[in-house]
Ligand binder design. Structure first.
Ligand SMILES: [Mg+2]
Length: 219
């Protein structure tokens, strides 16, 4: 029987250009308004971690009346939703489609506020056909993506885990001997680090073209 490939995809900064593409324009605009209103911009505060991204910190900084927060947030979310399709990294959808056509099972594994992550992923209609509902994992910040990866390691599948953050690769390596054992038995397991240069990796890609080549060479 032909063995099925499983590809586990991270979402933010791997499929979606979250920080620069999605939040960048909005944060720049909010930062300007905050600077105008309050005469200061705390860069660290404004560049809030996207995984705990909330609009309320900006509303608070801007001194906006609380009764307006709900409507304003709905407006900003609608803006994000509209821009989201343009924030997929170039070529990534093509790789996902190609792997789908090859019969690979594609699994989403994203960490963050599950409701917010679900909302973001659900806003991208082009991705929906390629990830079965049981293959969408929204891991809370208190959880671990490594758990999801480990669940998918078994002898019937070749597994590829694609994530821009080195943290999860380290965590996977530091897990039980089962992971090391399987990894040793499983040369096709490939950790791919994208867009950042600060971590351990088995393979790196800087563009979807490179990723496509890596996947093709790995198979
Ligand atoms: Mg990521």
């Amino acid at each position: 029987m032909r063995q099925q490939d499983i590809i586990l995809w991270d979402f933010d900064h791997t499929i979606l250009n979250t920080e620069q593409g999605l939040y960048g324009p909005l944060l720049d605009q909010l930062a300007k308004e905050i600077a105008r209103e309050r005469q200061f911009v705390d860069e660290m505060f404004v560049r809030a971690n996207d995984q705990t991204f909330t609009f309320s910190i900006f509303f608070e900084l801007l001194g906006i009346d609380r009764s307006l927060w709900g409507a304003l947030e709905a407006e900003l979310q609608a803006d994000l939703r509209r821009r989201m399709p343009d924030c997929l990294y170039p070529g990534v959808l093509e790789v996902i489609k190609q792997q789908h056509e090859r019969g690979s099972r594609q699994v989403l594994v994203t960490a963050g506020d599950p409701d917010y992550q679900r909302w973001k992923f659900g806003s991208l209609e082009s991705l929906q056909p390629f990830f079965a509902s049981e293959d969408r994992h929204f891991v809370p910040l208190s959880g671990s993506k490594a758990d999801v990866v480990v669940e998918h390691l078994d002898l019937r599948h070749r597994l590829t885990f694609i994530d821009d953050s080195a943290r999860w690769h380290y965590e996977l390596l530091s897990r039980t001997s089962r992971v090391r054992h399987l990894r040793a038995m499983w040369p096709d397991t490939l950790g791919v680090l994208s867009h950042r240069d600060d971590g351990y990796l088995w393979g790196v890609f800087q563009s979807a073209e490179e990723l496509k080549r890596l996947l093709a060479n790995d198979r």
